[in-house]
Design a protein around this ligand. Sequence first.
Ligand code: GLP
Length: 261
Amino acid sequence: MRRQMGMSSPSIHVHDTPAEAAAAVAAECAALIRLRAAEGRSTVLGLATGSTPLPFYAELIRLHRDDGLSFAGVTTFNLDEYLGLEPGHPESYAAFMAKHLFDHVDLGSDRTHLPPGQVEEGDLERVCGEYERSIVEAGGIDFQILGIGRTGHIGFNEPGSPRDSRTRRIDLDPVTRQDAAPAFGGLEHVPTHAITMGCGTILAARRVVLMAWGEKKAEIVREALEEDVTDRVSASFLQEHGNAAFFLDAGAASALTPGAA
Ligand code: GLP
């Protein structure tokens, strides 16, 4: 690790590479799962999609395969899902999670949860309320993984998302849809809406770890950590969480003011 800045929250951990940083996050996550399992308790993970958590999931799979890490007592809740994609669409977050984690570890499908991607307008409130209730019934989120969008969003909490927002439908920001366009084969194929956990849902997690890689995230990471807390950058709400951490590679940390944390 290159440097660990201050004792502030969020704590900031800068590693040379995404693989190193993600391995440190996976080690913390695995230790929590093992500790709780030894105490006969389950662990509730909040999971994210996008390219950022890929090395984290790869390391969890390696720990399962080579190091006996079991997910038998783990329950997961994903942050978000696009609305309106046909079931099984390769860009759906359900397909992403199966491909990059669920199909490779001992996590039963009854213990993995994502918001549904197909919901009638009149059913949205009920479905979102049920997602919130199922998190509470599972005991709340112990360990929440986050990436960060270029708009500063966590989950899909686009600018303007209130601090106390809960799971709901969201209009995707044009910047977010543009970023997703290559994966969908063109902007016209990118969904316009998603269901996302709210900022309040995320902030209720007992531990929150945001990962970011590369210089293209440097400015928004700086804003989230160094500017005032604002609903224009939903990741800035993490400044008010008592147990949050940013794990960064050198590129994503490159705009931070030295010694400011
Ligand atoms: C999407 C996801 C976010 C993710 C963001 C960044 O908007 N809903 O959870 O953090 O993309 O994606 P990437 O990790 O590919 O940069």
